[in-house]
Ligand binder design. Structure first.
Ligand code: FAD
Ligand code: NAP
Length: 563
C-alpha cells in the first residue's frame, strides 16, 4: 500500500521563477513524473486528484513540452485543434477557444499554460530541472536531478528525491537529433535546431539561409523562412510526401456544433485506428478495387479537404503495395502540377511508400519552390562534403555561403529522451543495456527489471501513430487506475513479467510486419539515428490496443507481477 506518511501535504513550497509559480520537490513523494508536456501535466493532475503526492521535473523553463521547445517559424499542429486538445475536463474543452483549424505553436503553448493555471499545476513542478538518473532502491526510486538553463544541463549539485513510482513523460520527440558533419564547428554564422528554437525568435530578413531536412518541421518552416530570407537553400536528403493543410480560421458555427456534442465527437475519434478524424471515416474500398476515375475523385476530395486523413481515402493504403503506389502517383502528379521547374519537381518527388515515413502536412510547401529566392539541393546527388567558415561544400566542391543554417533534422525518437537518463532497475540493471537490441517493453507502459516505472506513449504503444493527446490521456488514466489498484490491494510493487514482455514485443513486430511501415528507413524504426537498433517501435491500431490494456487491468494486471 502506498505509505500515507508520504503524502506531500505541506511539503511543497511555492517559489517564484521566471515562469511564475513553481514548486520545489519534496524529499519523498508517491509519484515522480519526468517532463511537463501534455503527458506530464495531465499525469500530475490525475495522480494528485486520486490522492497521491506527485511532483514533476522539467528540463525546460515552462510547461508545454513540444510546444515549449519547437518555436520555429510555421510550427503548428497537424491534427485539428478541436481534436488536438485534452478531453478529460468538459469545462476545459468548452471554455477554450481555438482560432484556427490547425493551431500555431504560440496558441498551443498558451493552451498548455492555461491548463497549468486552471488546474494549479505549477506548484508541483520543478522547472529548469533535468532528471539525470533513476535508481531503484528495492522499494522506491531515487530520482537525481540537476539544474538546467535553456535545456542545457548545468553542473550544479545533484539533488535527490525518493519516489515510490516514476512516470516517464519525457516525450517521443523531445531529444533533438543534431547530426555531425565534417568541420561543422568552423561555420561562423548562426545555427539552429527546430526542436530547440530561441524563445526570442529569429529574424531571417535579408539573410542567406540553409534548411537541412525536409520532414514535417522542415516542410512547415521552409515557406515561412523563404518569405523572410534573401535566399533560402533547402538541403534535402529524402523527399517527403506532403499534403496541403487547407488551414483556415474556425467558424463559430462549426465550433459550436462540435462543442454541442463534444463527448460524442471525441468518442467517435477514439474508435479510429489513429484516434482522429472520426467524422471522416476510412474509405470502404481498396485503391485497386475502384475505377481510375473513382480513385482520382476520392483522392482529389481528400486532397481538397487537406490534412492527414488523405491517406484514409482507401482502406489498404498501408497494406497493399499496389494501392500505395497508385496513391503515391496521385501525389507525384500534384507535385508536377504545382512546381513549375520540371527538374525541381523531379527532385521533390518521393519514390518510396507513401505513409511509411510520417505524412507531412503543409501550407504552400511545393509552391515555395516557384519562388526566385529558393533553391533545392538534392543531397543524394550532391552530398554534404563538409562545413566551412562561410557555409557548406556539397558534392561537386561548390561552396554555398550562408548567414544561418537551420537543422530540421528531427529527433532520436521514442527512446532518446528515456535513454538519456541513467536508469538502473533491479540488480543495478541498466535500461540502456536492456534496450541495446531494441526497446523491450510490455504494452509500451513498462519494462521487466524496472518495477514501479511507467512510460507514457512508450515504444510498443500506438503513440506517434495517433493523435497523441488521446494516447497520452489513455496512458495517464490507465497508470493512475493501476496505482489506485495497488493502494487498494496494499501492494507495493508492480513489474512486467519477462515472458509477457517477450510476447508483446513479438505482437508489435507481427502487427507492424502486416503493414508497409517497415519498408523504409523511418524514425519509427530508429533508422534516422546512426547505430540505433532497427526495430519498429509504435504499434499500429489504437482501439485494439486500448481493449488489450483494459483486459490486462481487468484480469488483475495480467502479465505483471504485483507484490
Ligand atoms: P513532450 O511534449 O515532448 O514533453 C516532454 C517533456 O519532457 C519536455 O518538455 C522535455 O523537456 C522533458 N524532459 C525530457 N527528458 C527530461 C529529463 N531527463 N528531465 C526533465 N525533463 C525532461 N502530435 C500530434 O498528435 N499531433 C500534432 O499535430 C503534433 N505536432 C507536432 C509538432 C512538432 C513540431 C513535434 C516535434 C511533435 C508534434 N507532435 C504532434 C507530437 C508531440 O510530441 C505530442 O503531440 C505531444 O506534445 C507530446 O507530449 P508529451 O508530454 O508526451 O512529450
Ligand atoms: P524528421 O521527420 O525525422 O525529418 C528530419 C529530416 O532531416 C529528414 O528529411 C531527414 O532526411 C533529414 N536529415 C536527418 N539527418 C540528416 C543528415 N545527416 N543529413 C541530411 N539530412 C538529414 O524530423 P521532423 O521534421 O522534426 O519531424 C519529426 C516528427 O515530429 C514528425 O514526423 C511528426 O511526427 C512530428 N512533427 C509534426 C509536425 C506537424 O506538422 N504538426 C511538425 C513537425 C514535427 P532522411 O529522411 O533522409 O532521414
Amino acid at each position: 500500500m502506498v505509505d500515507k506518511s508520504w503524502s506531500c501535504d505541506g511539503l511543497t513550497v511555492a517559489v517564484v521563477g521566471n515562469n511564475g509559480r513553481m514548486g520545489r520537490a519534496p524529499d519523498r513523494i508517491d509519484v515522480a513524473i519526468v517532463g511537463a508536456g501534455f503527458a506530464g501535466m495531465y499525469m500530475l493532475h490525475k495522480t494528485r486528484s486520486a490522492g497521491f503526492s506527485a511532483h514533476v521535473f522539467e528540463r525546460g523553463g515552462g510547461v508545454g513540452g513540444t510546444w515549449y521547445w519547437n518555436r520555429y517559424p510555421g510550427a503548428r499542429c497537424d491534427v485539428p485543434s478541436l481534436e488536438y486538445s485534452y478531453q478529460f475536463s468538459e469545462e476545459l474543452q468548452q471554455e477554450w477557444e481555438w482560432s484556427e483549424k490547425y493551431a500555431t505553436q504560440p496558441e498551443i503553448l498558451r493552451y498548455a499554460e492555461h491548463v497549468a493555471d486552471r488546474f494549479d499545476l505549477r506548484r508541483d513542478i520543478s522547472f529548469d530541472t533535468t532528471v539525470t538518473s533513476l535508481t531503484w532502491q528495492g522499494e522506491s526510486w531515487h530520482v537525481a536531478t540537476t539544474a538546467s538553463t535553456s535545456g542545457v544541463d548545468g553542473d550544479a549539485a545533484t539533488t535527490v528525491t525518493t519516489a515510490r513510482f516514476v512516470v516517464l513523460a519525457t516525450g517521443c520527440l523531445s531529444a533533438a537529433n543534431v547530426p555531425r558533419f565534417t568541420d561543422d564547428r568552423l561555420f561562423a554564422g548562426r545555427t539552429y535546431h527546430t526542436g530547440n528554437w530561441p524563445h526570442e525568435g529569429v529574424d531571417f530578413t535579408g539573410q542567406r539561409v540553409a534548411v537541412i531536412g525536409t520532414g514535417s518541421s522542415g516542410i512547415q518552416s521552409v515557406p515561412v523562412i523563404a518569405s523572410q530570407a534573401a535566399h533560402l537553400t533547402v538541403l534535402q536528403r529524402t523527399p517527403a510526401y506532403s499534403v496541403p493543410a487547407r488551414n483556415q480560421p474556425l467558424s463559430p458555427d462549426y465550433v459550436a456544433s462540435i462543442k454541442a456534442n463534444y463527448g460524442e465527437f471525441r468518442r467517435k475519434n477514439s474508435l479510429t485506428r489513429a484516434a482522429l478524424g472520426g467524422d471522416t471515416p476510412t474509405g470502404p474500398h481498396g485503391a485497386c478495387e475502384v475505377s481510375d476515375d473513382e480513385r482520382r475523385a476520392a483522392l482529389e476530395a481528400r486532397w481538397q479537404k487537406g490534412g492527414l486523413l488523405f491517406l484514409g481515402a482507401f482502406n489498404d493504403a498501408l497494406t497493399n503495395p499496389e494501392s500505395n503506389r497508385l496513391i503515391a502517383d496521385f501525389v507525384r502528379d500534384k507535385i508536377r502540377q504545382t512546381v513549375r521547374d520540371p527538374e525541381i519537381a523531379r527532385r521533390l518527388s518521393p519514390d518510396s511508400v507513401i505513409g511509411c515515413k510520417r505524412l507531412c502536412v503543409d501550407t504552400d510547401y511545393y509552391e515555395t519552390f516557384n519562388r526566385s529566392n529558393v533553391s533545392l539541393i538534392d543531397l543524394r546527388e550532391t552530398p554534404i562534403e563538409r562545413f566551412t567558415r562561410r557555409g557548406i561544400i556539397v558534392g561537386d566542391a561548390t561552396e554555398l555561403e550562408f548567414d544561418a543554417i537551420v537543422f530540421a533534422t528531427g529527433f532520436d525518437a521514442m527512446t532518446g529522451a528515456i535513454s538519456n537518463i541513467d536508469i538502473r532497475g533491479r540488480d543495478n540493471l541498466r535500461l540502456r543495456d536492456v534496450w541495446s537490441e531494441g526497446p523491450l517493453n510490455y504494452l509500451g507502459l513498462a519494462v521487466h527489471g524496472f518495477p514501479n516505472l511507467f512510460m507514457i506513449t512508450g515504444p510498443g504503444s500506438p503513440s506517434v501513430l495517433t493523435n497523441m493527446i488521446v494516447s497520452i490521456q489513455h496512458h495517464v488514466e490507465w497508470i493512475t487506475d493501476c496505482l489506485a489498484h495497488l493502494r487498494r490491494e496494499s501492494s507495493s510493487t508492480i513489474e512486467a513479467d519477462p515472458s509477457a514482455q517477450a510476447e508483446w514485443v513479438q505482437h508489435v513486430n507481427t502487427i507492424a510486419g502486416m503493414t508497409l511501415y517497415t519498408s523504409c528507413s523511418s524514425w519509427y524504426l530508429g533508422a534516422n539515428m546512426y547505430g540505433k537498433p532497427r526495430v519498429f517501435m509504435p504499434l499500429p491500431g489504437f482501439p485494439a490496443y486500448v481493449q488489450r490494456c483494459t483486459d490486462v487491468a481487468q484480469h488483475h494486471y495480467q502479465g505483471f507481477h504485483v507484490r
